[in-house]
Design a protein around this ligand. Structure first.
Ligand SMILES: NC(=O)c1ccc[n+]([C@@H]2O[C@H](COP(=O)([O-])OP(=O)(O)OC[C@H]3O[C@@H](n4cnc5c(N)ncnc54)[C@H](OP(=O)(O)O)[C@@H]3O)[C@@H](O)[C@H]2O)c1
Length: 246
């Protein structure tokens, strides 16, 4: 029996990169999965096809995480589509870097809207559907724990906010049997941060493993937190960063 049989998951930003790997892994473990995307409908549809090929149900919805109404609508649509919601993975993220003098208020608003407000709003909406055994999993970043390059002020502050949200929600929802946890990926080979990108050699030097994560490495941690037997893990974070922050 698969660990997530009869569960329904929503993964924001599940069309590419880490979100796509998470969606596929949850489906491999038995879940039906709804994903959101922003622009790339084709990529999202490819993920849906791969999940259906695994024998699970899947759907993709365009929902910009910067828009709270679209976030709430996506959560409700996921629950309506497959009749329930058990797992919310807040993955979609904004990655704006630059010297602090060059970052604009618009950069600030957009980053906080996608990286902080959307997980808050999605979690709030999901709680209309999650029951005991429910799971909220945030995708943060190890830039919340250690910053080795300049230019990360905005990104790092936004991902650090998820620590507070995770701890407080873990405390609040424990009595309801719902766990809330945060996964901090390190450098992970996606279009956002390709393993052959300009900073890769330096980043790899800070890891114990000497290489980037594969998106499946991040998905494996999410899959653990989604399972019933992780029920005593809540309000905490797991770094999946090859030892970068150790
Ligand atoms: N890659 C890394 O090294 C790394 C390290 C630490 C943390 N992270 C975090 O991991 C998460 C995923 O990153 P990734 O590397 O997988 O990124 P990615 O390859 O750029 O994929 C991002 C996915 O999120 C979707 N997305 C982006 N902005 C969105 C928005 N406003 N509304 C809805 N969907 C949106 C994209 O949709 P479209 O396909 O439609 O564009 C895409 O499906 C982010 O939170 C990121 O901060 C990544």
């Amino acid at each position: 029996m698969n660990a997530l049989n009869s569960k329904v998951a929503l993964v924001t930003g599940g069309g590419r990169g880490i979100g796509a790997a998470v969606a596929l892994r949850l489906a491999q473990d038995g879940a039906d999965v709804v994903i959101t995307y922003q622009r790339d409908a084709q990529a999202a549809e490819n993920v849906v096809k791969q999940i259906v090929a695994l024998g699970r149900r899947a759907a993709a919805h365009r929902a910009d995480s910067a828009d709270p109404a679209e976030v709430v609508a996506a959560v409700d649509a996921a629950a309506a589509e497959f009749g329930r919601l058990d797992i919310l993975v807040n993955n979609a993220g904004e990655f704006r870097l630059g010297p602090i003098e060059e970052l604009t208020l618009a950069d600030f608003e957009q980053t906080v809207a996608v990286n902080v407000r959307a997980p808050f709003v999605a979690s709030q909406a999901a709680l209309r559907h999650l029951t005991s055994g429910g799971r909220i999993i945030m995708i943060g970043s190890n830039a919340a724990e250690r910053v080795v390059f300049p230019g990360f002020s905005l990104y790092s502050l936004s991902k650090t906010a998820l620590t507070g949200l995770t701890k407080a929600l873990g405390r609040e929802l424990g009595p309801r049997g719902i766990t809330v946890n945060l996964v901090h990926p390190g450098a992970t080979d996606t279009e956002l941060n390709p393993a052959d990108g300009p900073n890769a050699t330096v980043v790899n030097g800070f890891t114990a493993t000497g290489h980037y994560a594969d998106p499946a490495d991040i998905a494996a941690a999410v899959a653990f937190l989604a399972r019933a037997d992780s029920r005593y893990v809540t309000g905490t974070s797991i770094s999946v960063d090859g030892g970068f922050t150790s």
